[in-house]
Design a protein. Structure first.
Lengths: 408, 408
């Protein structure tokens, strides 16, 4: 008997059939003698519809009222799902964010969890109830409803698992687990049995949209064992934990591609100390995250700096920098949106210096030109032309996970 | 400067245009220097749609989960309306039932208000905020969401007005006020400037669906002055209060017709003590409300008892009585659903014995046969064939409110 937290996303509860499908998974887990805590997102497109309704009325509503509005989406999900579990004849209770007393700061729309004691949930579990909790939402010190922003329901699930010292936090998705690459692009991608938190964090930030980083970071901090698995395929998923133990542990956990990347090059910067500091502090002040940074020597004792940002931030980044051109003193600025970032991730990489060259070899073998390279302890990323992204992903994946396993 | 509570129903906030219409009424009241507390129902058909969703999943969901589900309807309304008021540039905050700490018992689906202190609302008013409160909902001692059932939002508004000692509780509806009869049936019906709580209670229970009795009872108990007025026509409505002061006070306040009535006749009951007690206690035990009761002497030292119930209770009432036929010892039972109840209401009636005969005269003048008569201190009701209901209503109304005002 264990305490299991199960999280289901919006598409898993989008209609009558899906809700009963989820209710049956919950019921199976409960009937095996487990304590079950469930976290749900809003149904299907509910959140988008509510946002549309709000924007019709006021394109710039206060974020407090937006959270008041959006939090109804999860409340509807949990009530309907509880009714489905009731229909299956099992004891169940649904609880909102404020009812489980999930305390957050007052950053409406992207609130951070501050505290979660879990008394109410524990009391309900003690009464042998299945507990269904609204994800994505909390309550601040004023007694007002907050929402956690993107990936909020995953984060709620992990926070509950941590507070309740759950044995496992299952994140149900529409994929069967974490794969060595995106199976939609790389047909022979392989499901991993296990992956470490750190590898998962690198993979997620590299565009493998399985888990939100925020939830994995929280799981790592509190030692919550996670499992990513499919709500449609009843089989074991991928376990995410601190240290993996698999016999077949490979050096590389996965290959990821991210098209949501744009580069900015500042040409002809003065070659004096403090230039990089000035550039990146002005971007940081404006909350623009920078990923890869590359500095090279330019002509006539100047230097060039190229960096990448998320595509949506490109316009704002260039505006800000152009506004500071006289201070930063660059001659020219160029941008490139036609980029893909292809990365390999693996905790074993650090002790195996040959990995990078194998990756470059794979790209060379299919004639792909590399624009930028970035390496860290556990990943290697290259920026290439977007049109070559899929070919690159397959080539790199096949190099490490293909049938020619002698490469490993 | 006054403290005004304004309540708007579901049709008043059903879409974008209506919400802004309501927001403008609120803004006008606020700009005149008043403190404004607003109570809203769920938008249009939201509640019905949520009920449909629930029934699809579970035809008999627990009432707790049903309340969890339904309470989202008002929460959406208040958030959207607050955004509209923000758009008009005024300070506003929306609050749910639990946020204003509207304490109820745990009778989910038809909870009774137990306590409402109003600290949070007072604090927001002190900050010069317009406060928009979700009607229909509260919180019980377990911290669970309850709903107040039919007419819940009116009741919320009156409860808030009582707790905050508001100067006026305005109930905005789709009619301009309380009329001497339903204007849809009686074209020359007249709007009343004032009406007493007691008259309003009688009128409401007689089928004039302007205000829910529950809210009027609460207003009477706490001395909350109400105004029934139209959200579409910007003019004075009808004031509902303890004692009316109008110069033109008439003996009769209004005429009402109720088609939601069915009669049951038990024929050939034994003429011994306790028969009526047995019949009506078994109905009361089964929570079936009985309205008019008429007892007459039958043949061969038996008696007949006829009574009326709401139409929806007819089947259950007859089932229950048939099940007890051997105990109650009646020979036969007949029912009639083709009935209308036409009533006149007026606090002045008690001192004017001629009123009843004027009503009967009006019905006689159009050739209508009366099946049953019931009188009380403040009303006279007759049961007639349903097909003659509208003619009867007009005839009685014209008698008391028609151009021939010499009848008054």
């Amino acid at each position: 008997m264990a305490l299991i937290v199960q999280k289901f996303g919006g598409s898993s509860v989008r209609d009558y059939e899906r809700i009963f499908h989820v209710a049956n998974i919950i019921a199976d887990t409960y009937r095996k003698g487990n304590d079950v805590v469930v976290v749900l997102s809003a149904q299907g497109d509910t959140t988008d519809e509510l946002i549309k309704k709000a924007e019709e009325i006021n394109p710039r509503p206060s974020r407090r009222e937006m959270d008041m509005l959006l939090s109804t989406g999860e409340q509807i999900s949990i009530a309907l799902c509880a009714m489905a579990v009731e229909k299956l004849g099992l004891p169940v209770i649904s609880l909102t964010g404020w009812q489980v007393n999930l305390k957050t700061n007052s950053d409406y729309g992207s609130a951070k969890i501050q505290k979660l004691a879990g008394e109410r949930i524990r009391a309900e579990l003690h009464r042998k109830n299945i507990v269904i909790v609204a994800g994505f939402q909390g309550i601040n010190k004023f007694g007002d409803i907050t929402t956690l922003g993107r990936g909020g329901s995953d984060t709620t699930a992990v926070a509950l698992a941590a507070a309740l010292r759950a044995d496992l936090c299952q994140i149900y998705t529409d994929v069967e687990g974490v794969f060595t690459a995106d199976p939609r692009t790389v047909p022979n991608a392989r499901k991993l049995d296990e992956i470490t938190f750190d590898e998962m964090l690198e993979l997620a930030s590299l565009g493998a949209q399985v888990l939100q980083n925020r939830s994995v970071e929280l799981a790592k901090r509190y030692g919550v064992q996670m499992e990513v698995l499919s709500s449609m395929e009843p089989k074991r998923g991928t376990i995410v934990k601190e240290v993996t133990t698999g016999m077949e542990k490979t050096l590389i956990s996965g290959v990821a591609k991210d098209d949501n990347v744009a580069s900015v090059s500042l040409i002809g910067l003065e070659d004096v100390p403090g230039v990089a500091y000035k550039i990146f502090s002005v971007l940081a002040k404006n909350r623009i995250n920078v990923d890869i940074i590359l500095q090279s020597i330019g002509r006539e004792s100047t230097k060039d700096i190229t960096f990448t940002v998320a595509k949506k931030n490109l316009e704002r980044a260039t505006e800000i920098l152009r506004g500071k051109q006289s201070v930063l003193m660059f001659n020219d600025m160029t941008t490139n949106e036609n980029l893909s970032k292809v990365s390999i991730v693996g905790a074993g990489m650090i002790n195996n210096p040959g990995i990078a060259s194998q990756m470059f070899e794979a790209l060379y073998s299919v004639g792909i030109n590399i624009h930028m390279i970035s390496t860290s302890e556990m990943k290697i990323s290259v920026l290439i032309d977007k049109s070559e992204g899929d070919i690159a992903l397959k080539a790199v994946h096949d190099k490490f996970f293909g049938t020619r396993s002698e490469n490993l």
